[in-house]
Design a protein around this ligand. Structure first.
Ligand code: RAM
Length: 348
C-alpha cells in the first residue's frame, strides 16, 4: 500500500491486508527511475470507458508503477464502452509510436487487427481486467480466478435468499469478456448442483452496459418480475445503480456482486447488499504497469514460466490462462461485509 494510505489504515487494516494474496506489502524495493534506460518509454492504459470510476482507480495504479519505473503513463479510452472506439484509439497510439498498450477490452476478438498491427510495429501489448484473445496480446493480467468469482457469487445469492428465490444478473456489456466468463462459471455452479439450487433459478440476464442510466432502467425492469429476489451485478457500475434503485424503492430484493467499497458502503451498512466481492483495482493497474515494462524491456516475452519484478507486489510469474494464452494472476477476490467495510471504504 502507498504510504499515505498505510498511515490512515495501518492498524485497522493490517490483519485484513495480510490475508489478501498478492496485495502490496512494501517488502520489495521498487525500481528506481531511469533503470534500464526507461526514461523515454510511454505506456498507455486503454480503459473500457474513461468515465468508469473503477477504470480510473486502475489507472491510478498504472501511473504509480510508471512513475516508479520512470515511464510516461497515458490514460485513454472511449466515452462509452464499445470496441469501435477502442480500435480508433489503438490506431492513434500506433501512429504515436507508444512503447506499450495495456487494454481493458470491450470485445475479445474485434480488436485483433488493430492490436496485431501494434505488435508488428514493436509495441508491447497486454490486456487486463477484460481479456482479448491470445493472438491479440502477449499476456493477460487477471484480477482473480474467474471460477472462484462466478461460483462465489451464486453461492452468496443462494445464502442471501435462504435457498428460495429467483436470481437475476445485471451485467456490463454483452461482449465484455470478463463478465461473460464470470457468468459462464455462475451457470456451471447452478448446473453442477441442481438439487441445491432447485429453488433459486437464474431468471434473467440484463445488460446495463456499464452506463449508470441504462443500469438503472434495467434494474427497474428486473423489479417488475416478482419472482426475482436477488440481483447479482458483476460490475461496479451495475452494483451502484442497482443499489440506488433498491434503496429508493425500499425493495426487499437483495443485491450482491462486484462493487467498489467506496461506492457500496452505504448499501452494505443498510443491508441492501449483505456482502460483495472485489480485488484491489489500483493493484491491477500497478501490476499491469510493471508487466508492460517487463515486456518492453525484453525481460519477458509473455510465455508460461516467465518471471518479473512487480515493484511492491514482488516477483510475479506468467502462467497458462485456462481460457486461452497466458496470464499473470493478482490474487484472490476479497469479501466485503458490514464487519470490514468501514476499514475499506476510503481505500478504493
Ligand atoms: C466494472 C467493469 C470492470 C469490472 C468491474 C468489476 O467497473 O465492468 O471491467 O472488472 O466492474
Amino acid at each position: 500500500m502507498r504510504p499515505k494510505k498505510a498511515l490512515t489504515f495501518l492498524v485497522a487494516s493490517i490483519m485484513v491486508i495480510s490475508l489478501l494474496a498478492g496485495c502490496r506489502m512494501g517488502k520489495e524495493t521498487p525500481q528506481t527511475p531511469g533503470d534500464d534506460a526507461q526514461a523515454k518509454a510511454t505506456y498507455a492504459f486503454v480503459a473500457k470507458d474513461v468515465q468508469n470510476p473503477y477504470m480510473q482507480k486502475v489507472f491510478e495504479g498504472f501511473k504509480e508503477a510508471c512513475d516508479e519505473i520512470g515511464a510516461t503513463a497515458l490514460y485513454k479510452g472511449p466515452e462509452v464502452a464499445t470496441p469501435e472506439k477502442q480500435i480508433e484509439i489503438i490506431n492513434q497510439l500506433v501512429a504515436q509510436k507508444v512503447s506499450g498498450i495495456a487494454i481493458a477490452a470491450n470485445d475479445a476478438d474485434a480488436l485483433q487487427p488493430a492490436l496485431q498491427e501494434a505488435m508488428n510495429a514493436g509495441i508491447s501489448v497486454i490486456s487486463l481486467d477484460s481479456a482479448v484473445n491470445k493472438d491479440s496480446r502477449q499476456t493477460h493480467i487477471q484480477q482473480a480466478d474467474p471460477e472462484k468469482i462466478g461460483r462465489s457469487l451464486i453461492q452468496a445469492a443462494h445464502e442471501m435468499v435462504d435457498g428460495e428465490g429467483g436470481i437475476a444478473i445485471l451485467s456490463a456489456t454483452a461482449q465484455a469478456t470478463n463478465q461473460n466468463l464470470w457468468i459462464e462459471w455462475m451457470k456451471k455452479e447452478l448446473e453442477e448442483n441442481k438439487e441445491k439450487y432447485s429453488k433459486t433459478p437464474l431468471v434473467k440476464i440484463a445488460y446495463g452496459d456499464d452506463d449508470p442510466t441504462k443500469s438503472t432502467s434495467e434494474t427497474q425492469a428486473l423489479l417488475t418480475d416478482p419472482s426475482i429476489k436477488i440481483i447479482i451485478a458483476p460490475t461496479t457500475v451495475g452494483m451502484l445503480a442497482a443499489g440506488k434503485v433498491l434503496q429508493d424503492k425500499k425493495s426487499n430484493v437483495k443485491l450482491t456482486g462486484l462493487g467498489l467499497p467506496s461506492e457500496m458502503a452505504p448499501f452494505i451498512e443498510d443491508g441492501t447488499c449483505p456482502w460483495m466481492y472485489l480485488w484491489n483495482p489500483v493493484d491491477i493497474g500497478y501490476l499491469s504497469g510493471y508487466a508492460i515494462n517487463a515486456l518492453h524491456t525484453d525481460k519477458i516475452t509473455g510465455k508460461v514460466g516467465d518471471t518479473f519484478a512487480a515493484g511492491e507486489l514482488g516477483q510475479k510469474t506468467v502462467t497458462a490462462d485456462p481460457a486461452n494464452g497466458t496470464e499473470v494472476m493478482l490474487g484472490d477476490p476479497f469479501k466485503f461485509d458490514s464487519e470490514n467495510i468501514a476499514d475499506w471504504k476510503d481505500v478504493y
